[in-house]
Design a protein around this ligand. Structure first.
Ligand SMILES: Cc1cc2nc3c(=O)[nH]c(=O)nc-3n(C[C@H](O)[C@H](O)[C@H](O)COP(=O)(O)O)c2cc1C
Length: 308
């Protein structure tokens, strides 16, 4: 069976999230071979970027740092070789993997976004995902994605320039995510993707210094799942286009919960650090759950909205 997420036929509804292993054609092919239904690339911009100074990613542990890991904090700063260098990586993944490749792109304005999208088109990505949500890159991501007028304008410009589906990835770091989702929809988005990381900071009490090279960053992993579930729930209620859920998914129960909130498909990021077989494990568990409970796939989408 083929699962269609906003115009993209997926092998199964588990997708690699942007920024995790989506940096080379070889790593994307490996993720597809390990069971992902599709992959999203690292976010690619108009010029090469080295990213922020290290440490750029840390684990978050309870109990003064000695307890269980509850998430990650990163401020990579969107390192990427720019679109000119990256077309060959998409081409490689498309040739060697048998699943859709979605190009995540960013820029400072609609001109940048269109230049990157047009530059990547020859490599034939199956869709574009607009990164209007990274919380730690000045002038990019959430800096522009927090304002509905910019989101609508950029979405409409990319939609006009390409002939493949356009997904818009949203930031949870706003007062009302529905307004941002509605702006993406008004710009012609085929789907919204929620959420990018949740803005955060860690300070080393022995030195008094913020730990990340960029001082602040974005949280991901298990701790952000309830934030993501609420964002997906709100977006499902407000929008007519599909919502793709991402944030803290690490087991099949998380995937089912995200679908009940309203997600038509899910993306998985941080949990890939725990196991590279995560996609096949989660999808097998979800299928078993549906069988045991007599649920059809479509019936799960938005189920929590009908329970009142
Ligand atoms: C190390 C790292 C790098 C990331 N890079 C990107 C990126 O380039 N573009 C983007 O849209 N999101 C990026 N993200 C955000 C993830 O795609 C995802 O939205 C977020 O981590 C929440 O999902 P998770 O809890 O499953 O990781 C990154 C996340 C991490 C942890």
């Amino acid at each position: 069976m083929v699962y269609i997420a906003a115009g993209v036929p997926l092998k199964n509804p588990t997708i690699l999230a942007a920024g995790i292993l989506g940096t080379t054609g070889a790593s994307m092919t490996r993720v597809i071979q390990n069971g992902a239904g599709a992959v999203v690339t690292k976010s690619i911009g108009p010029v090469p970027v080295y990213g922020h100074a290290n440490p750029s990613m840390i684990t978050l542990n309870a109990d003064g740092g000695k307890g269980q890991t509850f998430g990650y904090l990163n401020a990579m700063g969107l390192p990427n070789p720019s679109y000119g260098e990256f077309t060959q990586e998409i081409e490689f993944a498309k040739k060697n993997g048998d699943a859709p490749v979605i190009a995540s792109i960013f820029g400072g304005d609609s001109k940048d976004f269109v230049a990157v999208a047009e530059g990547l088109m020859p490599s034939k990505p199956d869709a574009f995902e607009l990164n209007l949500s990274c919380p730690h890159a000045k002038g990019y991501g959430a800096d522009i994605g927090s304002q509905p007028c910019h989101v609508e304008e950029i979405t409409a410009a990319v939609k006009n320039a390409v002939d493949v589906p356009v997904w818009v990835k949203l930031t949870p770091n706003v007062a009302n995510i529905k307004d941002i989702g509605l702006a993406a929809q008004a710009g012609g988005a085929d789907a919204v993707v929620a959420i990018n990381t949740v803005r955060g900071m860690v300070i080393d009490i022995h030195s008094g210094w913020p730990v990340l090279g960029n001082r602040a960053g974005g949280m991901s992993g298990p701790a952000v799942k309830p934030v993501a579930v609420k964002c997906v729930y709100d977006l499902y209620e407000a929008l007519e286009i599909p919502v793709i859920g991402v944030g803290g998914i690490s087991c099949y129960e998380d995937m089912i919960e995200m679908m009940m909130a309203g997600a038509s498909a899910v993306q998985i990021g941080s949990a890939v650090y725990e196991s590279d077989r995560i996609f096949e494990n989660i999808w097998a568990g979800a299928q078993q759950f549906m069988k045991e409970n007599g649920y059809a796939f479509d019936e799960l989408i938005g189920m929590a909205h009908r329970r009142k």
